[in-house]
Design a protein around this ligand. Sequence first.
Ligand SMILES: [Zn+2]
Length: 389
Amino acid sequence: MNMNRRYQGPRDPPLVQVIEHKCRACQGHAGHVVLDLGEQPACDYFPRYDDPGPDPVYPLQMWLCSRCGLAQLLTDPTVPEEPKGAEPAALVRQAEDAVHRVAAAGLLPAGARVAEYGSPHGGSWLGLLAERGLTPVDGMAEADVVLDCFGMMHAADQAAALAERAARLAPAGVLLLQYHSLDTIIRMGQWNALRHGHYAYYSTTALTAMLADAGLVPVTAWRFDLYGGTVLLAARRAADDTTRADDTAHPDETVLGLLAAESATGVRDPEVLRGLGNEVLTRAGELHDQLAALRDAGKTVLGYSAASRAVALLRAADADRDLLPAVADASPAKQGLRMPGTSIPVISPAELTARTPDAVVLFVSDLMEEVRKAYPEIEANGGEWLDVG
Ligand SMILES: [Zn+2]
């Protein structure tokens, strides 16, 4: 049952296109569609397995603002909530590492008040910060540390979201913003970072412009390997009349280094971002051929992680049940459902191991270490994990 029109691969974005879009950050109208994945199901909408579909589809396009440089989701369909997945261990470890490094820089003093804007995907710092003597504040109260880990990208109105965080910052406070960097997305060809519900794809360059509009200046940054390269940026209030000359907030060498690297990559160049469209064809074609070859060789191949990022890849690869009979996921909330836009059922890890697959395609690279440890039976029975994330 292939219920949807065959996916034709990414469209070539037209070079000149009149689009009624206002930048989510700077309100500018000038910009380019740089990646167009066509009509895609909402990747958060996992229908029940017995729901025959067809699943509703929406355009999925990335637009690059010519004015502030923010790469963003063009259209804004109303997307139902994703069933809450298990918090990935990679995200938990990353939070520990980040707290350790930010504290070492003296930015998490005991007694400081903290406001956290969390991500629906997990990775809260609050427990770790409580151990260090920081106290969370209620509601919209002022805080010395305003923390946003992968939270702000879920806001359709980027200017309002950043203004809200900036407004809560105490005069000498620090805003910490963590994001999967656009520089990484471009350099690693991570086209399937583009998804409904993720409205912004930040470069440090674009964020610096956005922060300036909110009266803030980036002062330092840390880099992490999560998702192939994430950035944690620390910002303070820009100088005002009361600031002493030697206390003016300004970007340090780390921030300047990130900006220089992004300039070399070309994070503001629409032609550079259009290269992501070629990646779609390459990666999806490889996955299709790999699955077809395994099937033709009589091998049992299953998938792991019903992640939202797997949805567009499966459709781009034109992979349905005939190529990938099931995808396992640790979240009980996703079992009994199927992958959006396909007829592929989501099964439990117990069923995955019981089927003794010859190969398991893993859609989230960051989980490799975790799944090899959690399901040693796969390799013990001669199966292998294939990283397609
Ligand atoms: Zn803009």
